[in-house]
Design a protein around this ligand. Sequence first.
Ligand code: ADP
Length: 281
Amino acid sequence: MSNQSQTTREQTAEGEPTPGATGAIDIEDLTKVYDPEGERVVAVDDMDLHIGAEEFVALLGPSGCGKSTVMNCIAGYLEPTEGEVIVDGNRVSGPDPKRGVVFQDNRLFPWKTVQENVEFGPQMNDGVEAGRARNILDEMGLDGFEDAYPSGLSGGMQQRAELARLLANDPDIMLMDEPFSALDALTKEIMQKKLIEVWERDNRTVLFITHDVEEAILLADRVVVMTARPGQVKDVIDVDLDRPRDPEVVTTDRFTELRERALSVIREEAQRALEQEEGQA
Ligand code: ADP
């Protein structure tokens, strides 16, 4: 999508997707039960959520509430037990490079160089455009590291390479499961800025799982808070902070209000999750 459309979000009306935008996600009556015949774990129960094309949504919730399960159903790695995920009007029935996934622990091939890792995805599909991998690596600040192996890179650099690998497939949707949670504070801030840059420029849809409330509010258009397991939508918070947002926005009254609202919902659900665990012990 980025190749065809160089329209920036600033050129469109506030909150309006680009005409013809792709990447809308509809989660409809989604239920996921692990091991339905044995020790049933109802991870997600009858969840509904619409994510607009080009929207940036953060998914927050207590550990074990089903966030990754929802993401894996959108990615097509998991099949819903009931309900479905619809992307741009089509039911998700398996993985697709247009729905790229980034995990906390990167999935780079250790035996391939950084450039080979970035080229690998497009080669699997329509072939790689000459120079495209290098452009993406430059953009991610990895010029000079093309021939390095992942093990020779810092954690921050590895996540940059992971993001480059994802971007090489030119995904409409970026599914990100706690991608920056293992990074130190400064590296995390740099990566957040990079992510917002590529999101704003290329008009992609982002679903970003995090347990960090400030990160969710700093990055997202909407923060969706899930209940304790089985996961459902508990609260949806519209983040009405102007963009671009600099790190100092966290000191504003509005940011504090939004954070307190999210925290109070999460505290309640984290307490419920704890009681569930104690009940099982
Ligand atoms: P979160 O991402 O919010 O931490 P997950 O989606 O990873 O939550 O997990 C939701 C629940 O489903 C948890 O109780 C977890 O233990 C359980 N679960 C996840 N994957 C499996 C699996 N493959 N088999 C059985 N239970 C699972």
